[in-house]
Structure formats: C-alpha cells, structure tokens
Design a protein around this ligand. Structure first.
Ligand code: URA
Ligand code: SF4
Length: 241
C-alpha cells in the first residue's frame, strides 16, 4: 500500500488493521500489511491493544532499523499532549520519547510551564511522536512512513482526549495539520485538529532540537506555551469515545 492509499484508508476511517506480530526481525518488514488482514481496527483499539500492536508493528520499513518501538509516555489521564517527530538514538535504546538532549530541554521548558511527564506535582502531559520507530541516521520520516504510522497517533489522541495539543517542529505540523508552511508562519495562533468527531485546539512551536541550535528562539517557545495555557483554560475535554 502506498502513502496515498494509506492516507485514503485512514481518511475513510477504514484502516489500517495492522495485525499484532512478533517483534520485527532485522531485514524483514511487511509493507503489504493491509486493512484486510485479521485483527481489530486501530480505530477501535484500547490503550493496551494499541501499544501491543505498535510493539509488533512491521507496517513500514522503519521497523528494520529499530531497537525498540517508542509508543509514548505520561499519564493516560493527561489533559495536555505533546507531539514530536520520531525517536532518536537514545529514545530507540530506551523505548521512551524525548530522553536525549532535546528531551531534557523539553522537560525543562515543560516544567517551567508547570507541566511534566511523570507524577511530580506538575500537571500531566502525554508525549508521543508521529513515527514510533527511529528513522536511520535521524533523517526525517518519509511521507509513506508517516502515513503508515499516523493511525496509531490518531488513536492515541482519541483515547487521551487532550484539551490541548502542542506540535513540536515541522514534521509534526506537516503530518497533523497537512501543511508544509514554516513554523514561523504556523506559530502564534490556534489550529484545530479534527479527530474522532471532536476538534482539539492545537498550538505549533519549534522543536527542542532546533532550539538547541537557536537558543534565541526560546522566548518564542515560551510565548507559545503561554498561548497554549490561555487556550487550555478555555477548552473542554471531549466526551469519551
Ligand atoms: N525528537 C523527537 O521528535 N522525538 C523524540 O522522541 C526525540 C527527539
Ligand atoms: Fe509500524 Fe510506525 Fe514503526 Fe512503521 S514507524 S514499523 S508504521 S510502528
């Protein structure tokens, strides 16, 4: 299935039905995993089923190079969600998002805003990536890899029902908002993600890996978090699905 097909299936709410498999073995992946395969549709899975499916997923070529899948971290009751691009080297080894240098910067920015991934006195944030397996050499994920993996993230959003989403960097903005506009032009305003029948306010900001190279833009990220807080206060949680 190519990227356009996968996207169409997803838009129609039909797929994909990646079946649960044994952990991927090097050199083997199943680009033909189709919605006709047996198993519950991703769009109806609960958290545990979804996580198990990701762990065994071989739907795109990224499974070949991974050490571990990186599903997501944080309380599943969190009202905030942060979405990055994909695992880097350290995340791939540990199976947790944003644990490298960029992750430490993210944690300190979130902490300054009273947010955190663990129960630590901060309001909870759930953190996930657009793709769950590490792209080789930290390249950007290809459109077909994003198309194959995105249903998992969409289901995570449906299950979490966040009151606000923060998209970090261009890959996340591109995948979720469907634009290749610059972060500079997307930040500073509220976007909406239409997911599972609800409309979630969404803020775009710079990726922490970019911030490590452009520290002067930290003030803009801070402003984006302040905007997110304002929007959060006015937002409501969507009903359970
Ligand atoms: N960058 C990301 O986008 N996600 C991670 O999990 C780590 C680095
Ligand atoms: Fe499956 Fe996503 Fe990993 Fe590709 S990146 S193998 S779609 S979990």
């Amino acid at each position: 299935m190519n990227a356009a097909h996968a996207r169409l299936w997803n838009l129609l709410g039909l797929g994909p039905l990646w079946t649960e498999r044994a952990a991927a073995t090097a050199g083997r992946f199943d680009a033909q995993a189709t919605p006709e395969a047996a198993g519950a549709p991703v769009g109806r899975m609960n958290w545990d089923e979804l996580e198990r499916n990701v762990t065994g997923c071989t739907a795109c070529g990224l499974c070949k190079g991974r050490t571990r899948t990186v599903f997501g971290v944080g309380s599943r009751d969190s009202e905030w969600m942060v979405i990055g691009e994909g695992p880097g080297a350290e995340e791939d080894l540990r199976g947790e998002p944003f644990v490298g240098q960029a992750g430490r910067l993210l944690d300190s920015i979130l902490a300054a805003a009273g947010l955190g991934r663990s129960a630590s006195g901060h309001a909870g944030v759930y953190i996930a990536n657009v793709v769950k397996c590490r792209p080789p050499g930290n390249r950007n994920p290809e459109p077909d890899e994003v198309a194959h993996c995105e249903p998992y993230l969409r289901r995570q959003i449906e299950l979490l029902r966040p009151r606000i989403i923060l998209l970090l960097g261009r890959v996340a903005a591109q995948a979720m908002i469907g634009t290749d506009a610059s972060i500079a032009s997307l930040r500073g305003r509220v976007h909406r993600l239409e997911i599972g029948g609800s409309s979630v306010p969404t803020i775009v900001t710079y990726h922490p890996a970019y911030l490590l190279r452009n520290l002067a833009d930290k003030a803009k990220v801070w402003a984006d978090l302040c905007l997110a807080h304002e929007v959060f206060k006015r937002s409501e949680r969507s009903p359970t699905r």
